[in-house]
Design a binder for this molecule. Structure first.
Ligand code: ATP
Ligand code: MG
Length: 461
């Protein structure tokens, strides 16, 4: 089959060098799959029967940058002009028991077919001969592209999905990103081999989870894709392996007037309703993880925000999220019940927002919206979130300080004004000034602050 895929000139040049040495050079993976689907290409994977050491020699002879990547898998990063190509010679991999994602042995092969059947899914095993424009399709990937289906390369999908547990997450991820369904036997094999997910490193799990959480914006297919990806994880049994705390919400009913769904379903839906950023999606996905625990321990959901924050901290640590992500998500989970009904007094909100800062306040308003929309009972405007945004906007318009840094005095000013040494008292007064100015923005000028600081200092000190 012939196709026309746009190829950088540098890659054509490289393909000629390979051809001179007797090897057709192929593009493979996302580069071919996406090109045929009319989707953008993120990275360029290339392959041929030429052995890794011969590629290194060829690159050295022609001044092509060539660095090794991944100790065990052995791929080569080739640099031509501004382009980077990831080269992996045709290979067959042998896996041990468990789904550890680390082949016990790599055997290089001259056979493109063999290489195709060590790949995960048929749509990822389409080869484009760079010079001839021929598509080579040993596993039926082209038909699956048309059918919009994720199918394991092997006629026995169990082989593919037991060798490497990460593939179960990749299955859900590709289906979510591309808007594909998963072929029935492939999904059944994922379910049968889901134990392999537990053998995968936290970093790799996290990477795939992140991609599922943001699958709607990869190719712009809409947030329904996030829910589809999460459902696939659940159908495969991988949600229990990856996020047992979320799966623990299954079957836990909630008050019907507010909720159409059980706790698990609600968290998945809230996640899909959240803004497309990693922290927003994670916070929504985890916001109610405290509920199953509280229900089990106390028979009620009261206190699930604090309990959930603890659990979320453990989950994010386990998945090795960066500290800043852990901190923000945990804080969002901890605060997600604040002013649930939107009845807090404006002064109360102003003080709270000054302590939280604008970014966190907005993130929490977004989470509130996702939470409510994910309940399946209310669409459209969410009263408390809308009111918070309005109050915050008013504060910003009035120049109210939304952090201690925005207060127009420093700790040294306070010490000089009150004639006190550096001590926790200085911080307390600064905080009191911040809370005051949140409600009285015009007082945020040095001479007013001095007077108020003296009042506070005099009354308490
Ligand atoms: P993306 O657009 O996300 O980069 P991709 O298909 O290029 O998608 P990569 O992770 O870059 O995905 O991998 C390139 C190719 O290598 C895949 O298309 C697949 O053929 C193969 N591959 C990658 N990881 C695995 C795996 N864990 N098991 C089997 N094959 C894999
Ligand atoms: Mg790729």
């Amino acid at each position: 089959m012939q196709a026309s895929i746009s190829i950088p000139n540098e890659l054509t040049t490289l393909a000629r060098l390979f051809a001179d040495a007797g090897f057709p050079l192929y593009a493979v993976g996302g580069m071919v799959r996406n090109a045929l689907l009319g989707l953008p290409v993120h990275d360029m994977d290339i392959t041929s029967a030429m052995r890794m050491e011969d590629v290194r020699t060829l690159c050295a002879a022609h001044g092509i940058g060539c660095t090794e990547k991944g100790a065990f898998f052995g791929t080569l990063d080739l640099a031509l002009g501004a382009w980077r190509f990831e080269y992996a010679a045709f290979r067959a991999e042998r896996y041990g028991a468990g789904g550890a994602h680390r082949p016990e042995g790599v055997r290089f092969t001259q056979s493109l077919e063999e290489d195709a059947f060590r790949r995960d899914f048929t749509v990822n095993a389409l080869y484009y001969d760079i010079l001839s424009g021929q598509i080579v399709d040993p596993t039926g990937g082209f038909a699956d592209l048309s059918a919009r289906a994720i199918r394991a390369t092997s006629p026995d999908p169990g082989v593919i999905l037991s060798d490497d547990g990460l593939r179960i997450l990749r299955m859900a991820r590709f289906a979510a990103e591309l808007g594909f369904s998963v072929e029935g036997r492939t999904l059944a094999a994922a379910r049968a081999n889901v134990a392999g997910v537990r053998d995968i490193s936290a970093e790799r799990l996290r990477e795939e989870l992140d991609k599922i959480l943001l699958s709607d914006i990869r190719y712009g297919l809409g947030s329904g894709r996030v829910l589809a990806g999460l459902y696939l994880l659940r159908e495969a049994g991988a949600l229990e392996a990856l996020l047992p705390e979320v799966a623990a919400g299954r079957g836990i009913a909630q008050r019907a007037e507010y909720h159409a769904h059980d706790v698990e379903e609600h968290m998945l839906r809230a996640c899909a309703c959240a803004k497309p950023t990693r922290t927003a999606r994670l916070a929504a996905l985890l916001h109610d993880v405290g509920k199953p625990v509280m229900v089990r321990e106390t028979g009620r959901m009261l206190g699930h925000d604090a309990a959930g924050a603890e659990l979320a901290a453990g989950i994010l640590r386990r998945l090795k999220y960066p500290n800043a992500v852990q901190e923000e998500v945990v804080a969002l989970v901890r605060c997600h019940m604040y002013d649930l009904n939107g009845n807090a007094k404006e002064t109360t909100l102003r003080r709270r927002f000054a302590l939280w800062g604008a970014a966190f306040t907005l993130a929490l308003a977004d989470l509130r919206e996702a939470d409510v929309h994910g309940s399946g009972r209310i669409a459209g405007e969410v009263k408390s979130a809308a009111r918070w945004r309005a109050v915050l906007a008013r504060m910003q318009q009035e120049g109210a300080p939304l952090s201690a840094e925005e207060l127009r005095c420093t700790g040294s000013d306070i010490m000089a004004w009150l004639g006190i040494p550096a001590s926790p008292r200085v911080g307390e007064i600064k905080r009191a000034l911040l809370l005051h100015c949140a409600c009285h923005p015009r007082d945020n000028v040095p001479e007013r602050l001095k007077k108020i600081a003296k009042d506070i200092g005099g009354s308490r000190g």
